[in-house]
Design a protein around this ligand. Structure first.
Ligand code: AMP
Length: 292
């Protein structure tokens, strides 16, 4: 069987021309923004777009402005040929690979900030990270103008911020959040997992274990959220090589920490394992809602 046909573009006018021509033919446009080093988490988004939409665009751009000065921008994996093969295999029609001079032309001085949501959790230690994300995602959405854009629940705070931003700025794009894809051992797939040694990877499993603990306690009817948070902390603090940043239970829209059970909740964890920062989360369903 021959490979599916996959077009690639770099310049924004070329992207717009292709998208406009497909739209004029009546096609719905799906868009999956990525930073490359694609894995099954990314391809699940492309596959979801393939199901919903007639024309699927994937962007690959390692966005410098969302990395802090001490973060891994330089060493972030860049494997374009392999990524293009994965895009084709998952059913993408077009891959857009803008370069930095296109996204950040000389004299660039405009930023998009979603204030409150960007200061907490990841934003508490990663100053300017979400401003980098929201600025680039605004530019990506305005360049592609899709009907639907796909994001992973893996970056839960990111998708919440992007939803808020699209509402606030009346950006006419539907945001869909797709489930977290995990390895068989429970570790959420991430391009950064490639940095982990065997021992670090074993320690990294504590994130999904702590989330499962919270999930099980809530499903069993536990209503003391502070106790559940303490149990998560205990498990994580007992893990070798792991330095906990936060483990909390929050409202999925405001991301504010909560102490009493509500119909929709999310448990969120961030931790360093060696030099690698891992994040993970899961939605919690109270026993009363499960039984209804
Ligand atoms: P990134 O390339 O890290 O910017 O991620 C691009 C998109 O893939 C984001 O919307 C991520 O949330 C999503 N993504 C990353 N890892 C996973 C995963 N394990 N499961 C589902 N989506 C993911």
């Amino acid at each position: 069987m021959s490979d599916p046909i996959l077009a690639t573009v770099c310049e924004i006018p070329a992207l717009r021309k292709l998208v406009t021509s497909r739209r004029q033919q009546g096609a719905t446009i799906g868009f999956v923004p990525t930073m490359g080093a694609l894995h099954a988490g990314h391809t699940s988004l492309i596959e979801a777009a393939r199901v919903d939409c007639d024309f699927v665009v994937v962007s690959i751009f390692v966005n410098p402005t969302q990395f802090g000065p001490d973060e891994d921008f330089e060493k972030y994996p860049r494997i374009l040929e392999q990524d293009l093969a994965k895009c084709a295999g998952a059913g993408a029609d077009l891959v857009w690979t803008p370069d930095t001079s296109i996204m950040y032309p000389d004299g660039f001085s405009t930023h998009v900030t979603v204030k409150a949501l960007s200061r907490i959790l990841e934003g508490a230690t990663r100053t300017n990270h979400f401003q980098g994300v929201t600025t680039v995602v605004t530019k990506l959405l305005l360049s592609c103008l899709p009907d639907i854009a796909y994001f992973g629940a893996k970056d839960f705070q990111q998708q919440a911020i992007i939803r808020r931003m699209c509402l606030d700025l009346n950006i006419p794009v539907e945001i869909k959040t797709c489930p977290i894809i995990r390895d068989t051992d429970g570790l959420a797939l991430s391009s950064r997992n490639a940095y982990l040694s065997v021992e670090e990877r074993e320690s990294g499993l504590s994130l999904s274990r702590a989330l499962r603990l919270a999930e099980e306690k809530i499903a069993a009817g536990e209503t003391d959220l502070e106790q559940i948070k303490a149990d998560m902390h205990e498990l994580l603090h007992a893990t070798p090589l792991l330095k906990l940043d936060y483990a909390t239970i929050a409202d999925p829209t405001t991301l504010e920490d909560i102490s009493t059970v509500q119909p929709e909740m999310v448990a969120l964890i961030a931790a360093w394992v060696g030099a690698t920062r891992l994040i993970d989360n899961c939605q919690l369903v109270p026993a009363s809602a499960e039984n209804s």
